[in-house]
Design a binder for this molecule. Structure first.
Ligand SMILES: Cc1cc2nc3c(=O)[nH]c(=O)nc-3n(C[C@H](O)[C@H](O)[C@H](O)COP(=O)(O)O)c2cc1C
Length: 376
């Protein structure tokens, strides 16, 4: 792993270890993947205004996130099918998160069940809910509660599946279909194939051993065929049902953010699903400042964060925390839990250096004073 000094370094390692089909699932976006590019370009719209002659001999990255102290403002984004990247991938990621002292969000489409992750990884476990079917959602919410989750994250940006052409071309799905092309891909990536053989085919673990609808539900989830009728009334019901912290993920419009908070959500996560859903969607970084100003301390953000300095920009614009998606999957795919931990260390080191060179000793001390729009 000596060559991996950056997220990009881990991306290269992940690309080398994973079959093309699996790497494309990890990496891909919707349609022309313009949203993926825009998510990265959005960071260039902002530049720092460093201050001088401040004592930055010690730096403090800690923040208060919705009332909880975190050692740094990062959270592990929910991602489905982590078992395709590394055996027991969800548990590896959750363990890396616990060791770093940050929350881990388990996806509805995870390859380890809520109960397994709570039992095996410990740490601060949040559950991400996809509403595939209302009665199934009720069961998942009850299980998350019983397993000790105290934060529920409702994802709202998958009314229907984004058109991901890399997956359409490769035929990616679970279980893997062993076409000659897939077999060859596997043979060319023996380290990944051996670990799949040893660990077994990943399952949608939150649905294993359920009722007869199971196969149908798994297929619906895999193709991200959600309950597209889920609306504000349904959010109200979920708010009544869930007694702890509720966050709504996938918000990009200020009026939607305001309505979520009015209905009792504790916060929103600005996200375009890492460019995987609506290719012409705006980037969360371009709407963060105004929405965060309207709801201080309640706005988290993700999509496109690859550098510690990206996180510092979001925090200066008023974010309460930043979710990291693909970078941790690169680390996981390259070297399991150790790789994910190393990616978190890279972010931490880069955030620390950025703060020092900006003349700001504390992450919690960042403000709009520290940042300029390049457009003036
Ligand atoms: C492979 C992959 C799987 C994902 N699965 C889910 C999921 O199951 N639920 C969800 O809410 N978001 C999912 N996301 C979106 C992430 O939670 C997050 O919003 C996104 O990855 C952030 O962008 P980034 O990858 O550029 O950091 C997934 C993203 C990726 C890359």
């Amino acid at each position: 792993m000596s060559s991996a000094f950056s997220v990009e370094g881990f991306r290269s390692l992940a690309k080398r270890r994973l079959p093309r089909m699996v790497f494309d699932y990890l990496e891909g976006g919707a349609e022309d993947e313009k949203c993926l590019q825009r998510n990265r370009l959005a960071f260039d719209e902002w530049e720092f205004r460093p201050r001088r002659l401040a004592d930055v001999s010690t730096r403090d990255l800690s923040v208060n996130l919705l009332g909880n102290a975190l050692p740094m403002p990062l959270l592990v984004a929910p991602t489905g099918l982590n078992g395709a990247f590394w055996p027991r991938g969800d548990i590896a990621l959750a363990t890396a998160a616990r060791k770093a002292g940050i929350p881990f969000m388990l996806s509805t489409a995870a390859n380890a069940s809520i109960e397994q992750v709570a039992d095996k990884a410990g740490g601060e476990l949040w559950f991400q809910l996809y509403v595939v079917h209302p009665s199934l959602a009720d069961q998942l919410v009850a299980r998350a509660l019983a397993a000790g989750c105290r934060t529920l994250v409702l994802t709202t940006d998958v009314a229907v599946n984004g058109k991901r052409e890399r997956d359409l071309r490769s035929g990616f799905g679970l279980p893997f279909k062993y076409t000659p092309k897939v077999m060859l891909d596997g043979m060319l990536h023996p380290r990944w194939s051996m670990s799949l053989l040893a660990g077994g085919m990943p399952q949608m673990a939150n649905f294993a051993n359920q009722d007869a609808n199971n196969v149908e539900l798994q297929a619906a989830l895999l193709s991200r065929k959600m309950d597209a009728s889920f609306d504000w009334e349904a959010l109200k019901r979920l708010r009544q049902q869930w007694p702890h912290r509720l966050l709504v993920k996938g918000i990009l419009h200020p009026d939607d953010a305001a309505r979520c908070i009015e209905l009792g959500a504790d916060g929103v996560i600005l996200s375009n699903h890492g460019g995987r859903q609506l290719d012409s969607s705006c980037s969360p970084m371009s709407v963060l400042k105004d929405i965060a100003l309207a709801h201080p301390g309640r706005v988290l953000v993700d999509s496109g964060f690859r550098r510690g300095s990206d996180v510092v920009k979001a925090m200066a614009l008023g974010a309460a925390g930043v979710l990291i998606g693909r970078p941790l999957l690169y680390g996981l795919a390259a070297a399991g839990e150790a790789g994910a931990s190393q990616v978190l260390s890279i972010f931490k080191d880069e955030m620390d250096r950025t703060l020092a060179n900006m003349g700001c000793a504390a992450m919690a001390g960042l403000s709009l004073e520290h940042i300029n729009s390049v457009r003036g």
